[in-house]
Design a protein around this ligand. Structure first.
Ligand code: LLP
Length: 431
């Protein structure tokens, strides 16, 4: 997070709080999130994308406190499950500012969303349209809907987080005609108010090119829709996916540049197609919470392993791993880290930071230079850990999930407490 520095003793200070003090009081592994940094990134989107509606993507990191920050910063919230809806509402986010996503929303979830009066449901299949219509009739309400479309864009990112090429589970495809059919079905429904088109091309993206193709294809679809029905579509959502820096080679796109590039192209295309300019929205998740978060671990063992050509590799084991951050194992995601409890003048040595889980793939950081005097008891801090780490944590090997601690002006508050073994044992109700 911005403002991170070391105190006189060499301890890393985030949001005014020394990570050494945090570790002493709350234990490790732990996740820390800098409230001011999170809010500043939310505000930067709000200010750069003036007039747009910004939906923070709660899947990246959501707790009641996070939902409150998002609401206070004037953003809306993208939710994908009953659980995310409930946390959002408990945090004070008005239902009217929720966008409800998902490719397999249950009847129970859709009913709850309609009863609460969610702002919009992003429809992902024909089955879902049937389900929404039946529930609207049962409850005597109307649904506001967008249709999630597949633009055929090949986003340059890991296969598991690219979502707009044809052969994947999300959306109705433009090229097959299903997207237009879905839009017309919602438009002619007597219980659905169709808001427009939704496109999300993928995640951790560093170039505007994919978004530009998506803009051209979705506006062309809006034009086809108008030709078919005579109606304009009032809204276009371009989804999230704005990449952040995990390692020094990553070069994120500045938010003001993004907004300007999108607006210019949208205006140009609308003019060319004779369309009214739709209301616009985006759904950044990672770009708001990712850089605001830091993971802290304690080093337990340092082992030098002989590898080929008489070379050695230094394995640094920490008290967390793939259960609190699955991203390196799942997407080959890269991270960096530093010793967080002291300065060191020792020469750097190439290390591999690994977790405590029972498998060889439990690697947190494949390559990182750390001072060669790194030793058990040292703390390490992993920056850019706010998104999709604690949010995707599991209990693999019966490891309780780490806490999420908010820091602001030197004060630490517990947002998610550390799970305990008693929590886990309570779920185990077998004989
Ligand atoms: N909107 C929709 C419809 C999405 O599916 C997503 C992410 C977002 C917005 C937010 O994307 P962001 O701005 O955070 O990139 N677990 C993966 C990322 C999965 C993203 C899923 N959808 C990871 O750790 O990289």
């Amino acid at each position: 997070p911005s403002g991170t520095h070391r105190d006189e003793a060499g301890a890393v200070v985030v949001g005014g709080a020394s990570l050494v003090d945090v570790a002493r009081e709350y234990g490790t592994a732990a996740y820390v999130i800098d409230e001011a940094d999170f809010r500043a990134r939310a505000a930067a989107f709000r200010e750069s994308f003036k007039g747009w509606e910004i939906y923070y993507a709660g899947k990246a990191l959501l707790t009641r406190t996070v939902a409150r920050w998002v609401a206070e910063e004037g953003l809306s919230l993208d939710v994908t499950t009953m659980g995310e809806m409930k946390v959002a509402l408990a945090g004070g986010m008005p239902a009217a500012r929720l966008g409800f996503h998902g490719n397999n929303k249950s009847v129970e979830e859709i009913r709850f969303a309609l009863e609460q009066g969610v702002g919009r449901i992003i429809v992902d299949s024909f089955d879902e349209i049937d389900r929404i219509e039946a529930l609207c009739r049962e409850l005597g309400v109307r649904a506001r809907a967008m249709v999630r479309v597949t633009t055929g864009v090949e986003a340059h990112t890991h296969e598991y987080i690219a979502t707009a090429h044809e052969d994947q589970k999300f959306g109705l495809s433009i090229s097959s005609g299903q997207a237009l059919t879905g839009l017309v079905r919602c438009h002619t429904s007597d219980v659905i108010d169709l808001l427009g088109i939704h496109s999300h091309i993928g995640s951790q993206i560093f170039e505007t090119a994919g978004f530009e193709v998506a803009i051209r294809r979705t506006l062309k679809l809006a034009h086809q829709f108008r030709t078919a029905t005579g109606a304009e579509l009032p809204e276009l959502d371009l989804g999230g996916g704005f990449g952040i820096a995990y390692v020094s080679a990553d070069a994120p796109m500045p938010t003001p540049d993004l907004a300007a590039a999108f607006e210019e192209l949208i205006d140009h295309e609308c003019l060319a197609l004779g369309l009214e300019r739709p209301r616009l929205s985006i759904e950044p998740g990672r770009a708001i919470c990712g850089p605001a978060g830091v993971a802290i671990y304690e080093v337990g063992t340092v082992k030098v392993v002989e590898v080929e050509n008489n070379k050695a590799r230094v394995y640094v084991s920490v008290d967390g791993g793939m259960s609190d951050n699955i991203r390196p194992a799942l997407y080959a995601a890269e991270y960096s880290c530093v010793i967080a409890n002291r300065n060191s003048d020792a020469a750097p040595v190439l290390c591999r930071v690994v977790g405590k889980h029972c498998e060889g793939g439990d690697i947190l950081i494949r390559y990182v230079f750390l001072p060669r005097d790194i030793a058990p008891g040292d703390l390490i801090a992993v920056p850019a850990s706010g998104a999709y780490a604690r949010a995707m944590a599991s209990n693999y090997n019966q490891v309780p999930r780490p806490p999420l601690l908010g820091v602001r002006d030197g004060e630490v508050t517990t947002m998610l407490r550390r799970e305990t073994l008693e929590d886990l044992m309570r779920l185990d109700v077998g004989e």
